[in-house]
Design a protein around this ligand. Structure first.
Ligand code: PEP
Length: 255
């Protein structure tokens, strides 16, 4: 298990102010596990209020624009996220890649913009079921890593931990179908090689998270798997009850 696992909840398009009570409960529980880095990525509309109300957890966005400002109706820049209290942003989630046709190059530009603004970044990659069944999972995900990660120059001056990669097989997101631990280990090892090729020894500071139907029951097995540095959690991060169980699994034997 990673010494400082990173457990991140992605609320997607869920949550109004009433849900801040869940964030407060998650924050209180996270304070009991100092070795676990915990964060939530609520919808844009809740970032400011959530950041004001929590102290033990990070708060982040689910996307940002690559430009700092300008004529981009409906978009939010990395500097705006920072300004309203965010400390990180998720980029390249498969739902963004699919719903908004985001390319690796666009995701890389967003990741670099986020780092330049002072945010941490989680870059998501993952293959579809069709690609896995065709034996192309490593090739597809390897190309996504190569194409979407910020450049070595963009990370040269950063503290370790500012960049994470989330391996999220598309077929495991929101489906209840979890990847086999052996496949997770193999994919994380393949991703690690690509990160090392890109960043050299600075690759050590990059955690690789697993995402895809992580819940209280399967979290321990996944988090103990070789090469897994944490989890990106969708559905099970929406309530304190289910998310805290995952944080506790990450914190077991550590605190
Ligand atoms: C996600 O959206 O990043 C995710 C992993 O969702 P879920 O945990 O619901 O599969």
């Amino acid at each position: 298990m990673h010494a400082n696992p990173y457990i991140v909840g992605n609320w997607k398009m869920n949550g109004t102010r009433a849900m801040l009570a869940e964030a407060r409960a998650i924050d209180r529980a996270a304070a009991r596990y100092p070795a676990v880095q915990v964060a939530l990525a609520p919808p844009f509309t809740l970032i400011h209020a959530m950041a004001d109300e929590v102290s033990a957890i990070g708060v982040g966005g689910q996307d940002c624009h690559a430009q700092p400002k300008g004529a981009h109706t409906g978009d939010i820049s990395a500097a705006m996220l920072l300004d309203c209290g965010a400390d990180f942003v998720i980029v390249g989630h498969s739902e963004r890649r699919k719903d908004h046709g985001e390319s690796d190059a666009e995701i890389k530009a967003k990741a670099e913009a986020a780092l330049a603004a002072g945010l941490g970044v989680i870059v998501c990659v993952g293959e579809t079921l069709e690609q896995r069944d065709a034996g192309k999972a490593e090739k597809v995900v390897g190309a996504q890593v190569d194409g979407s990660l910020p450049s070595a120059e963009a990370i040269a001056e950063l503290a370790p931990g500012k960049v994470s990669v989330a391996y999220e097989p598309v077929w495991a997101i929101g489906t209840g179908r979890v990847a086999e631990v052996a496949d997770v280990i193999a994919m994380h090892a393949a991703i690690r090689l690509r990160i090392e090729a890109a960043y050299g020894e600075r690759a050590d500071g990059v955690r690789i998270l697993y995402g895809g139907s992580v819940n209280a029951e399967n979290a321990s097995g996944l988090l103990e798997a070789e090469g897994v540095g944490g989890a990106l959690v969708g559905g099970a991060s929406l309530t304190a009850e289910s998310f805290v169980a995952i944080i506790a699994a990450a914190g077991a034997e550590r605190d």
